[in-house]
Design a binder for this molecule. Structure first.
Ligand code: OSB
Ligand code: MG
Length: 379
């Protein structure tokens, strides 16, 4: 597989509803889409999941644009790539910036699957079945509204609802949902907003029958997670703490968690995500596929990853309309029959909507010879 040309396109997408967590509020998403062309005439699409601000991690749309355009993308043109996970073996040394790298790897996976003519999930070794999925609900203005939203999502067929929490908006808020929905499969996500000295406060949640608490403490606080876990009845899931198989190994050796949320973007790509999954399988640690408010392109990659055997819990892979008025792919992702069915077309299996992408585009940068550009006009 050789890449002859590529386009990096920034689109601005408005969330249907502001997404509020301990990290802040998100209204507009600045999404980087990478479209690559192979010499054989096929294309591949990837999405960079970096956020608008450096609250979830140090990466942002802006740092990813910089690292991609200055270092990662120029090195791709003309190179022979055997397997997607090897794209960096002859490329430039770039420390960190996993979300920027993951966008490239994703596009290469899609290109390879389309060149072979198989769906990406099949190329990865997954199996097609209707997947049970979950939804992540942001902080709401009042508890009543939150409980109504949770109820509505459950009736739509979501298999698990995750509530964002932060110090001060935790026990009482979750209890009000629990009282209204005694049997609902609920989890919570603190995005690292607590410290170990608030353990008593976190422990109150034990009374609410939660499936898990995601990332209660800071990303680097593995040892504190071990201590918290000794005090807590609720299983601990790590998200921000696990960026590589090495991170997962450290967390599991120390006993810092019960569950791991694996995210294809933040851990640098599908290959690293699969490596984390392999380790978790070996150790019988439950996992699920996390989300980053992706557009349909990133969602397609997540769904393909989620078909791998072993991702046993429902992931944050929600319907397109949970995020967007109109997604940038067709068909859009929907829940049918209580789950999400991976597409059967080659590659990511959904078609990015070129005219909509052109309309939403705020900047573009191209490398190599682009045969069939979505848009003209480099910045
Ligand atoms: O912590 O899982 C998280 C969104 C952006 C950044 C971090 C997280 C999230 C979510 C939403 O919880 C997941 C999704 O629906 O894509
Ligand atoms: Mg999380």
């Amino acid at each position: 597989m050789r890449i002859s040309g590529l386009e990096l396109i920034e689109v601005r997408l408005r969330l249907r509803e502001r997404f509020v967590s301990s990290l802040g509020a998100q209204g507009d998403r600045r999404v980087l889409l990478l479209r690559i062309e192979g010499f054989e005439g096929h294309e591949g699409w990837g999405e960079c999941v970096a956020g608008e601000d450096p609250s979830y991690s140090y990466e942002t749309t802006e740092t990813a644009w910089y690292v991609l355009t200055q270092f990662l993308l120029p090195a791709l043109i003309g190179h022979e790539v055997e397997v997607p996970e090897d794209i960096w073996t002859r490329g430039p040394v770039v420390r960190g910036h996993p979300m920027a790298k993951a966008a490239v790897e994703a596009a290469v996976w899609d290109l390879q699957a389309r060149e072979i003519g198989v769906p990406l999930w099949e190329l990865l070794g997954g199996a097609r079945s209707r997947l049970a999925v979950g939804v992540s609900v942001g902080l709401q203005a009042d508890d009543e509204v939150l409980a109504e939203k949770v109820e509505a999502y459950l009736s739509q067929g979501y298999a698990r609802v995750k509530l964002k929490i932060e110090p001060g908006r935790d026990f009482a808020m979750v209890r009000s949902v629990r009282e209204r929905l005694p049997d609902a499969p609920l989890s919570v996500d603190a995005n690292g907003s607590y410290t170990l000295d608030q353990a008593a406060r976190i422990k109150e949640l034990d009374a609410l029958g939660l499936l898990m608490i995601e990332q209660p403490l800071g990303a680097n606080e593995l040892v504190d997670h071990v201590r918290l876990r000794e005090m807590l009845g609720t299983p601990i899931c790590l998200d921000e703490s696990v960026r590589s198989q090495g991170d997962a190994l450290a967390a599991l050796e120390l006993g810092a968690c019960d569950v791991i949320s694996i995210k294809t973007g933040p851990c640098g790509g599908l290959a690293q995500a699969r490596a984390i999954l392999d380790l978790c399988l070996e150790r019988e640690v439950p996992t699920w596929c996390g989300g980053m408010l992706e557009s349909g392109v990133g969602r397609a990659h997540n769904l393909a990853f989620a078909t791998l055997p072993g991702l046993s819990l429902p992931g944050d892979i929600s319907e397109s309309q949970r995020y967007w008025e109109r997604d940038i792919v067709s068909p859009e992702f929907i829940l049918d029959g209580g789950g999400m069915l991976p597409p059967t077309e080659p590659g990511i299996g959904v078609q990015p909507d070129r005219s909509q992408i052109r309309q939403l585009m705020v900047r573009r940068c191209a490398f190599g010879a682009v045969r069939d550009p979505v848009a003209e006009g480099a910045t």
